[in-house]
Design a protein around this ligand. Structure first.
Ligand SMILES: Nc1ncnc2c1ncn2[C@@H]1O[C@H](COP(=O)(O)OP(=O)(O)OP(=O)(O)O)[C@@H](O)[C@H]1O
Ligand SMILES: [Mg+2]
Length: 267
């Protein structure tokens, strides 16, 4: 959806925010991402806060609720959630501000070891048992070759959306933001998702897979699981690109096919 500046939120919604933060001195709309109707860094009487929000009648509002639910369970590389409020037809999250820039995934980027460190930290986190989050088997069942979706099962807390604008670099550290799709599943899924994004940033497929191999979860995965992942990723991106025609989506679909071929050992 299109993103509006903070000032264009209805007055009662802005009031609900200032009830939490005190007076807002300055609001700066964030770049990157597309689903949030508002994504702004606010300088307020009580300090800075990143406010992300979407109308409560928008189909993606469930993603806001998932983010709020998982927030207390996130590792240190992720921002803290200060508050969640629903007011005047808007669902809003108030996050710790990460004052950084989007990660550079290109080959030889100095950000890559930082991204590896942040994902390594996340790989050690078990999905919380007491909150409802997505299940990887369910998410990939329609895309994985028949009879293989069980490979996606596991207990790791997965992010699953490693677009570079969801990883912010600040002070030699990568911070993982945008927890719209927290998922319980096999830990190797996140290195695999990242590998496709590295390809999108210019890595040859072999280099992207070599990066995934830095993670023990990927090295220890059953080869059949990775073959299933490659096929499922290709099917998923085919669906995303199909009938849309956006060059970037078509490119991602092609890259996913290439990844799938390599994981099947057939390039
Ligand atoms: N805690 C934060 N501090 C500062 N900036 C942030 C923070 N979280 C996200 N951003 C910035 O805001 C942008 C949009 O936020 P985010 O990625 O969470 O939402 P989105 O991609 O619009 O929505 P969705 O949840 O639907 O994917 C990010 O790309 C990033 O540039
Ligand atoms: Mg995003």
């Amino acid at each position: 959806m299109s993103r509006i500046p903070f000032e264009q939120l209805p007055a009662d919604v802005r009031r609900a925010i200032t009830d939490k933060t005190g007076a807002v001195h300055r609001a700066l709309t964030a770049q990157g991402g597309m689903n949030s109707g508002i994504a702004s860094v606010l300088e307020t009487e009580s300090g800075s806060v990143f406010v992300k929000g979407i109308p409560t009648d928008h189909p993606q509002v469930a993603a806001q609720h998932r983010e709020a639910t998982v927030a207390p369970h996130l590792p240190a590389s992720c921002p803290r959630l200060y508050w969640h409020l629903e007011s005047g037809g808007w669902s809003l999250l108030g996050w710790e501000v990460i004052d950084g820039r989007h990660a550079d995934y290109r080959p030889a980027s100095p950000d890559l070891p930082l991204v590896e460190a942040a994902l390594t930290e996340l790989q050690a986190v078990t999905a919380p048992a007491d909150v409802e989050i997505k299940c990887a088997v369910d998410r990939w069942a329609d895309y994985a070759p028949p009879g293989t979706s069980h490979y996606f099962s596991g207990n790791a807390l997965l992010h699953t959306d490693f677009a570079p604008d969801n990883v912010l670099i600040v002070d030699d550290r990568a911070r993982i933001v945008d927890w719209a799709w927290p998922t319980r599943g096999a830990a190797w899924i996140d290195p695999g998702s990242l590998a496709l994004r590295l390809m999108d940033a210019g890595h040859p497929v072999e280099a992207a897979v070599a990066f995934a191999r830095r993670f023990p979860s990927w090295r220890d995965a059953e080869p059949e699981a990775l073959v299933s992942f490659g096929a499922a990723t290709a099917a998923l991106w085919h669906e995303i690109a199909d009938g849309d025609g956006t060059p970037w989506k078509l490119g991602m679909a092609e890259r996913a096919v290439t990844l799938g071929h390599v994981l099947r050992g057939r390039l």
